[in-house]
Design a protein around this ligand. Structure first.
Ligand code: UT7
Length: 330
């Protein structure tokens, strides 16, 4: 049966590294608090670059690794929380940046679950025979929408900027995506959101709204944490069942990198060994939203932690709330 598989991944993070110590100078926080509560040591912030700048660098690397030119891309799927423009989205912008006008492109705005939702669309596109080569871009510039005063410290210290580009291709071989399961629950929308510009307000962008902080990311960290540690294991088990794979046969679980304590809790609940079976690189990048899973996959590959034939699980939880998991044979 025709399946979709990940052929290549590219990644890019801005060169500007921001350490916990750097943040101490901007708000009332400490390196110790950030490390203990989240596992994060540093993150990258843009210095004048926009979302499609990061995306382009990641896409160029992925295309080169796949031995493809931009013209070989049949469809772009673009995931971000923060586009260059509010409208149009980053998908069409990338056809311009890659020099492939006319290529179909769509945007998804599923925050931390953008990679999982992107996989679900790419899988359907490829399995149906509609497309052979799909470019899934996950690119996030969050530092421009964070509140770096003490009032925003519970959120600002966690997020980082970064991008990944994942090329999915068709195969008839015994490899590729076995299952993708996704969920959402808008009852918790306000627990992690960026409100403005918003049609709740008319006009939807005013200085008064910005003065109220509506143009910044706000989060109820405890609520996100509480839901994440139950939803992650549940959806991973659901995706394993759908794929007919036993968790003991899984080589590596690559969860969305939101907080090392969430990753530890998920490893415990699934009775899997952290660091051996459950991957983490949050210390270097913070939470890069939809880019975090493919960036982690990229590094796991580089470290030789993933080999052809391995059973790999990826999983996410974030704003919406949205969550999902996928099981694949590498
Ligand atoms: O992709 C999904 C997105 N987000 C997440 O997954 C985040 C999920 N939540 C979390 O990771 C955690 O809830 C946080 C890391 C955000 C917070 O950790 P916590 O252990 O839940 O801390 P808390 O919110 O209970 O706050 C503890 C204390 C508070 O002070 P008081 O009220 O005890 O005096 C906070 O004001 O820590 C204070 N605090 C800080 N102190 C220093 C909050 N942020 C900071 C900070 N530096 N950056």
């Amino acid at each position: 049966m025709r399946k979709a598989y990940i052929d290549a991944i590219g990644m890019y993070v801005p060169s500007n590294v921001v350490t916990n110590k750097d943040l101490e100078g901007r708000m009332d926080t400490s390196d110790e608090w950030i490390r203990e509560r989240s596992g994060i040591e540093e993150r990258h912030h843009v210095d004048g670059e926009c979302t499609t700048d990061l995306a382009l660098k990641a896409a160029e690397e992925a295309l080169e690794k796949a031995g493809m030119t931009p013209e070989d891309v049949d469809h772009i799927i673009f995931s971000t929380m923060a586009n260059d423009y509010f409208v149009p989205g980053g998908g069409p912008m990338m056809t311009r940046r890659l020099g492939i006008p006319g290529t179909p492109a769509l945007d998804i705005r599923m925050a931390c679950s953008g990679f999982l939702y992107g996989l679900s669309v790419a899988k359907a596109f490829i399995e149906s025979g509609a497309y052979d080569n799909v470019l899934l871009i996950t690119s996030e510039v969050q530092s421009v929408a964070l509140d770096f005063s003490t009032a925003g410290r519970d959120t600002a210290v966690l997020f980082g900027d970064g991008a990944a580009a994942t090329i999915l291709k068709a195969t008839d071989e015994d490899r590729g995506l076995l299952s993708v399961k996704t969920h959402s629950d808008g009852r918790y929308a306000e627990d992690l959101m960026l409100r403005t510009p918003s049609t709740l307000d008319n006009p939807f962008l005013t200085n008064e709204l910005l003065d109220k902080g509506y143009g910044r990311v706000v989060m109820n960290g405890r609520s996100v944490f509480k839901h994440a540690i139950t939803k992650f294991p549940a959806v991973i088990n659901e995706a394993l069942d759908a794929a007919g794979v036993n968790k003991r046969d899984v080589k590596l679980v690559v969860p969305h990198q939101a907080n090392l304590r969430i990753t530890e809790a998920v490893a415990n609940r699934l009775d899997l060994e952290l660091h051996k079976v459950v991957y983490s690189n949050i210390q270097k990048y913070g939470n890069t939203t939809s880019a975090s899973i493919p960036i982690a996959l990229y590094e796991a590959l580089q470290e030789g932690r993933i080999e052809p034939g391995d059973k790999i699980v990826v999983a996410s939880f974030g704003a919406g709330f949205t969550w999902g998991a996928s099981v694949m044979t590498w």
